[in-house]
Design a protein around this ligand. Structure first.
Ligand code: GLY
Ligand code: MN
Ligand code: MN
Length: 461
């Protein structure tokens, strides 16, 4: 592990906070699953971004001069026999490039001293349960010493702001990790499609969990630590449930399967969705809707480039989808009016109710503001045509090279009066991961086919 990368991030952060600041960043707590079993441990993303350290119970304290103190689990022969290796404070400076390291048991005793003489204390707001009261406790201890010359910080500031900005633009190393994560996930989608076609052809009882197992196998086989989020494997009408999870439902010949799954690799997420015919051949109605969603994704991809707004791909998708809904009779122009009316009044919401993308990075819905920081003052109010609520509109983020986002339009047709029957219960989403470049974007998840003919060819193979 290059300790330099993390030291450089800590210095860059410290330089933004100012010489007299101090920042406190805990890692994630271990989470009980039931009785004495924990969920598989996952570090906190901010903590890992600044340390590369994945053990639980860690704390970083970074002062404005860039000096970093780590608190970590002490070496403990007995506990290491049960739970595994611990780095320990003695080896931490050499291994992690921090300036000093202590046992986490010393945190409460040492923290007031680290806060002494600082003007502002920064920590992530609203993320770690109980952190605010711990900071209060340390400040109270320090205040008890003002008679002896201690100087208490006057300001508490949210560390998420500066850290989110740093994490939003991915460096070369992060982009490389994300390419590899997306490549593994794409391979897993390929395998799931092929397994599905083979099992359906052989007349086997295919269940959603068979495909889920195939994804997991491929993720782990390539060194991914875990799925980046709960995999969605939705057969037939289940695809219309946006947060469906892989379950026991049968995957039937003639139905579509929607898989939204991506692995996490070395702390970075991938997030891919493909929708394919269980038997390897789209029906005409399925293909018409599939090609509409694909055309809307093509439009969104074309709108993704440095200098564009975060909302541009969404608006491009919506335009194509809304026109398609009118052309196919999903929406009745006599009732909903023109394309502009459908967009203005959000009539397309009946079949497309989510946004076309989100930031992607260490977290699948990664941190980073969706508004342009330099234009926050330009707020305007308008009434939402669908809900009647007053919405405050602020200019969307301007895309820059190195930002990573998903592009994931879809269409979800629930049975309803006036909706052509051949489209009932079809749910389709197509999702790819894009690194913004000057000229456009690099789609890093295209190791799995996306064109209808290519999916059919793959499933025949
Ligand atoms: N899999 C979560 C998402 O697509 O946003
Ligand atoms: Mn997504
Ligand atoms: Mn997804």
């Amino acid at each position: 592990m290059s300790t330099f990368r993390y030291a450089a991030r800590r210095s860059a952060l410290a330089a933004q906070l100012g010489k007299t600041a101090v920042a406190i960043i805990p890692t994630a707590p271990e989470q009980q699953r039931n009785r004495d079993s924990d969920f598989l441990y996952r570090h906190d993303s901010y903590f890992h971004y600044l340390s590369g350290f994945a053990e639980p119970k860690g704390w970083l304290v970074i002062t404005g001069d860039g000096r970093t103190t780590l608190f970590c689990q002490p070496k403990d022969v007995e506990r290491e026999i049960w739970d595994g290796y611990r780095l320990g404070p003695a080896d931490a400076p050499a291994r992690l490039g921090v300036d000093a390291a202590f046992s986490v048991a010393e945190l409460d005793a040492r923290m007031p001293k680290l806060l002494d003489g600082r003007d502002a204390v920064w920590f992530p707001f609203g993320i770690h349960k109980g952190l605010e009261s711990r900071v209060d406790g340390w400040l109270t201890s320090l205040r008890a010493r003002v008679r002896f010359g201690a100087l208490c910080p006057e300001h508490q500031r949210d560390l998420c702001g500066p850290l989110d900005e740093m994490r939003l633009v991915k460096d070369v190393h992060e982009q490389d990790t994300m390419r590899r994560a997306a490549q593994i996930s794409a391979g897993a989608h390929v395998r799931a499609m092929q397994l599905c076609a083979r099992m359906v052809r052989d007349g086997q009882d295919v269940r959603e969990y068979h495909l889920d197992a195939e994804l997991l196998h491929e993720f782990r086989r390539h060194g991914s630590q875990y799925p980046a989020y709960g995999s969605i494997v939705a057969a037939g009408a289940n695809a219309c449930v946006l947060h469906y999870r892989a379950d026991t439902a049968p995957v039937r010949d003639g139905e579509l399967v929607l898989i939204d799954a991506g692995c996490e690799l070395d702390g970075y997420a991938s997030d891919i969705t493909r929708t394919f015919p269980a038997n390897g051949r789209f029906s005409p109605a399925q293909r018409v809707l599939y090609d509409l969603v694909l055309a809307s994704q093509d439009a969104a991809v074309a709108a993704t480039r440095a200098g564009a707004r975060f909302t541009d791909p969404h608006e491009a998708s919506v335009k194509v989808l809304a026109q398609g809904m009118l052309d196919l009779g999903l929406l009745d122009a006599n009732k909903v009016g023109s394309l502009e009316d459908v967009i203005d009044k959000r009539a397309y919401f009946q079949f497309y109710m989510h946004r076309t993308g989100h930031w992607l990075g260490m977290d699948v819905h990664d941190c980073g503001t969706y508004l342009e920081p330099s234009e926050l003052a330009q707020a305007s109010e308008r009434k939402d045509a669908l809900t009647g609520e007053t919405i405050i509109h602020r200019p969307a983020r301007v895309l820059r090279p190195g930002m990573v986002l998903t592009i994931e339009p879809g269409i979800y047709v629930r049975a309803a009066p006036g909706v052509p029957e051949q489209y009932h219960n079809i749910g389709i989403r197509i999702e790819d991961d894009a690194i913004v470049t000057d000229a456009g974007c690099e789609l890093i998840s295209r190791g799995v086919p996306v064109r209808g003919d290519d999916i059919e060819a793959l499933m025949r193979a």
